[in-house]
Design a protein around this ligand. Structure first.
Ligand code: GDP
Ligand code: IMO
Ligand code: MG
Length: 470
């Protein structure tokens, strides 16, 4: 049995929290794409749970809450489940080992495996990510972590894979071919001195550092043939949870190109990114994670945007009349980038985006988060459809230019008051304010997908569970 978790919007929908929730019943949790551009948050109240492996060194999210922010280690590792970084991921070993070390310092002992077929992010990828962004008038607003340049090398068949770090001769050979090319691009295309990047373009330094990662991976028995490893677990009846990063509207194929990431967060990515077939993924549940409004980090259009964020909202975009409301939601929902700390842009829920997401991934269930964050707002809007050149359209146009011309056709919903969300989560769906029920039911009905869970707070327990996808 498999469950695939997919971001239905623009990332940061609360995937980490839901993965944590459902990894209670999973045996293995596998990330299938992306890298350390992701930031997945897991929060739990130490009084309410034993916190999985241990509750040692509980800190930083309030008096009783423990909070973990994970970029690479699959969120299920917090519960002591085996975590796998699939072949569809791009891996910065420095981040990976730092993160594992950080978890160890907090008393956890994460079991993390890494696909030999996954591609490796090198310092020159990170440098080039920044150089390429700086050279553009129209920034994407990437995380700067080298994600695009690494997937670029993968597609160009010149990348270095985790398996290559395990063999000194192969690694040296690859670097000796690659690094001079990267230096030439730096110098000749961008007019930038590669030696200004602290060894990022130096074969010997890179070889020494990355060979030592290879040895560390091997010593800790971390490299796996991902598809075969997962299949062996499946054969013995284990439950597999596939953790997507990012979201549908920033998917390389299905997002609003070019303001996208360079991988496939949609459910098809779970097949190519794990080495198990589409029939395996498709015979399980595919859960779309939805935020009750929208947030976006980085550039690109956002038709239902409230307010604006300097440096991210495109010229002419946003709605300056709603700046205060956007700021309120940003504060109430903690909408600052987990990786970059950037303030996130805030927008009303966009149904054409969700219809597109439900189709692209074939959602069989939904989790709707942040219903608590909207509490206290008198009138809540939803972009039900778009007006595009005088016509009503109900799904996202395929080009970014057309999408940016879309004027939302809003529906309004009566808001709901703040509540004791712990009690609501405990008591279940009927305890949810009636207007909030109307709102989430509208979303489920429009997409014709059942709702499995409703998030009413960041904590593991602040979830109304209607159905367990396992
Ligand atoms: P991810 O990238 O999809 O895993 O999401 P992030 O962790 O980047 O961002 C989601 C943020 O919202 C985190 O701070 C979560 O703790 C928080 N969060 C998740 N679900 C809820 C919810 O239902 N209500 C509130 N208030 N916060 C939530
Ligand atoms: P999680 O998994 C939100 C955005 C970046 C930028 C674009 C491309 O936490 O939901 P990249 O560094 O990937 O080349 O940047 O994609 N982006 C995300 N936005 N959540 C994420 O991950 C994101 N990962 C990348 O801000 O606009
Ligand atoms: Mg995130």
């Amino acid at each position: 049995m498999t469950v695939t978790i997919v971001g239905a919007q623009l990332g940061d929908e609360g995937k980490g929290g839901m993965v944590d929730r459902w990894s209670e019943t999973a045996d293995v949790v596998c990330r299938y794409q992306g890298g350390d551009n992701a930031g997945h948050t897991v929060v739990y109240d130490d009084r309410a749970t034993d916190g999985g492996a241990t509750t040692a060194d509980a800190t930083d999210a309030g008096d009783e809450n423990t909070e973990y922010k994970l970029s690479l280690v699959p969120s299920g590792a917090i519960r002591g489940k085996t975590g796998v970084l699939g072949n569809g991921c791009v891996i910065n070993p420095a981040t990976l080992f730092d993160e594992i070390e950080g978890l160890r310092e907090r008393g956890l002992d994460p079991d993390v495996r890494v696909a030999e077929r996954a591609h490796v992010i090198f310092p020159y990828h990170r440098a080039l990510d920044g150089i390429e962004e700086d050279s553009k008038d129209d920034h994407i607003g990437t995380t700067g972590n080298g994600i695009g340049p690494t997937y670029e090398d993968k597609a160009a068949r010149r990348g270095v894979r985790i398996g290559d770090l395990l063999d000194a001769d192969v690694l040296r050979d690859r670097l000796e071919g690659l690094v001079p090319q990267k230096r030439a691009i730096c110098e000749s295309v961008y007019g930038v001195d590669p030696d200004a990047f602290d060894g990022a373009f130096d074969v010997d330094e890179l070889f020494a550092e990355y060979r030592s990662y290879g040895e560390r991976l091997a010593t800790n028995d971390m490299p796996v043939n991902c598809g075969a490893f997962l299949d062996a677990h499946r054969e013995r009846g284990d439950r597999l949870l596939f953790e997507g990063a990012q979201g549908t509207a920033i998917d390389l194929d299905h997002g609003n190109y070019p303001y996208v990431t360079s991988s496939n967060p949609t459910a098809g990515g779970a097949a190519t990114g794990t080495g198990l077939g589409p029939t395996v993924v498709g015979s399980g549940e595919i859960v779309g994670i939805v935020k009750a409004y929208l947030s976006r980090v980085g550039a690109g259009p956002l038709p239902t945007e409230m307010g604006f964020v300097e440096g991210q909202t495109p010229a002419g975009g946003g709605n300056r009349d709603m700046t205060d409301l956007a700021a309120h939601i940003r504060e109430a929902g903690g909408e600052y980038g987990t990786v970059t700390g950037r303030p996130r842009r805030i927008a009303w829920l966009d149904m054409p985006m969700l219809r597109h997401a439900a189709r692209a991934s074939g959602f069989t269930g939904l989790a709707i988060n942040h219903v608590d964050t909207l509490a206290g707002i008198e009138e809540i809007r939803v972009g039900h459809a778009y007006d595009l050149a005088g016509e009503t359209v109900t799904t996202m146009p395929a080009t970014t230019e057309r999408w940016s011309e879309c004027e939302p056709q809003y529906r309004t919903f009566d808001g709901w008051s703040d509540a004791d969300w712990d009690a609501v989560a405990r008591e279940g769906y009927d305890a949810l304010p009636a207007n909030a029920r109307t709102y989430v039911e509208y979303v489920g009905d429009e997409l014709d997908v059942p709702i499995f869970a409703i998030g009413v707070g960041p904590d593991r327990e602040q979830t109304i569970v209607l159905d367990d996808p396992f």
